[in-house]
Design a protein around this ligand. Sequence first.
Ligand SMILES: Cc1cc2nc3c(=O)[nH]c(=O)nc-3n(C[C@H](O)[C@H](O)[C@H](O)COP(=O)(O)O)c2cc1C
Length: 462
Amino acid sequence: MSGTDIPHQSRRQLRLGAFLMGSGHHIAAWRHPDSPSIAGLDFQHFAQAAQAAEAAKFDLVFLSDSISVRSPDDPATHLAERSARLEPITLLSALAAVTERIGLVGTASAVYNEPFNVARRFASLDRLSSGRAGWNMVTSTNLFDPPNFGQPASLDHAQRYAHAAEFTDVVTGLWNSWDDGALRYDKQTGVLFDAEGLHPLHHRGDRFQVRGPLNVPPSPQTRPVLVQAGASDAGRETAARYAEVVFSAHQDFSEAQAFYRDVKSRLARYGRSPDELLVLPGVSPFVGRSEAEAQEKFEQLQSLITPEVGLALLRPLFGGVDLSAYPLDGPLPELPPTHQSKSRQHLLVELARREQLTIRQLYLRVAGARGHWQLVGTPSRIADELEQYFRDGAADGYNIMAPVLPGGLNDFIESVVPELQRRGLFRTEYETSTLRGNLGLGTVRRPGRHSSTQAAVPSAVR
Ligand SMILES: Cc1cc2nc3c(=O)[nH]c(=O)nc-3n(C[C@H](O)[C@H](O)[C@H](O)COP(=O)(O)O)c2cc1C
């Protein structure tokens, strides 16, 4: 069945992603006594986690990406598990073969790729998985990325978003190359596909010249779901213009609600309605049978963080500023504006100021989930919080960032998912066979063919 002609759920339900990350999202997860070694490079580890998430009816698995090792000279490099990782589309393609229904969302940079390659790889994953692919479009802030691509320095924040906007125009334009039904394989008449159903892109922009068409026809969900992560003003505008899912990071309810309202309010500018974009904040749950057990799990991981790793964790979040010259138990100093992630720096500075955290307390606070929301408690308390954000306009669902894998994801699946189902907040069976269908995103709009892919774009994005 096509993912676009779906029976809609009568009641709004929340969406769940399983964000898989090596031995877990907590920075010290790999040191946990129960962690499998080299989890981040082990296919069976990912396969079992994806299958467990699928059995629990999660909407999707999500893979982030980074395209550089921070620096071989940096002492923290060899302490961080993320220095060694697999390329997401390759891994998702293998996961497609061992799963049937769960969505497969992977991150790819809109700065250090050619749009034709990205369009083709995700369209191929989408066909291989019968309509379960999604592209998480990121603008790559890492200072160590440019030298891997022959570039001396990163583009600045505004330029990166301008680049990403044109890049995304090309990718989505290429995904629109084929009319539905153009592929005929008619043995009788010898017509393989209708020539008039295939449309070159003829894109000529400031940064890319791409003729097209794409040589991969549409999948059962028409095209991959477009996910975006980036939360500054330009990031939000990009989400409102292109994204169908936005992955976000928040520390508390009012921040999450303000983000939700703001990004949804921007959609009208692009002729879109609020339900055409789902907001999924990241959340890292530490689940215990009692509050004390949950707290114990949390403390055990926290105790494995060394100051060296804690400071190294903060550095990229603060635009490369090294805080090791400042007292660990003193306040956060004034920081210069960053060209890396403006939104993440803002989030952390606000948190430190609001709660008067020392540098050590700040890194301990973000080590669990890199600035994402952490929940420590019993299944029903965690379900209460997830329900509140969902009902009160702060989230459409969550990207679950298990602190340790597979244990943390299994805890969530075994105890929180049934609680959400009991409350009628989460499905007990998949509604459709495609990611787009299960997310309830409806039919892909097929705009008029490509006379121009340089639509008017507000200045925040250009
Ligand atoms: C929740 C979230 C997840 C992100 N995941 C990735 C990632 O996996 N890889 C990556 O290179 N950048 C990632 N980014 C970085 C963004 O694409 C962007 O470059 C960065 O956030 C700076 O933009 P901003 O100031 O608009 O947030 C992520 C950003 C956010 C907010």
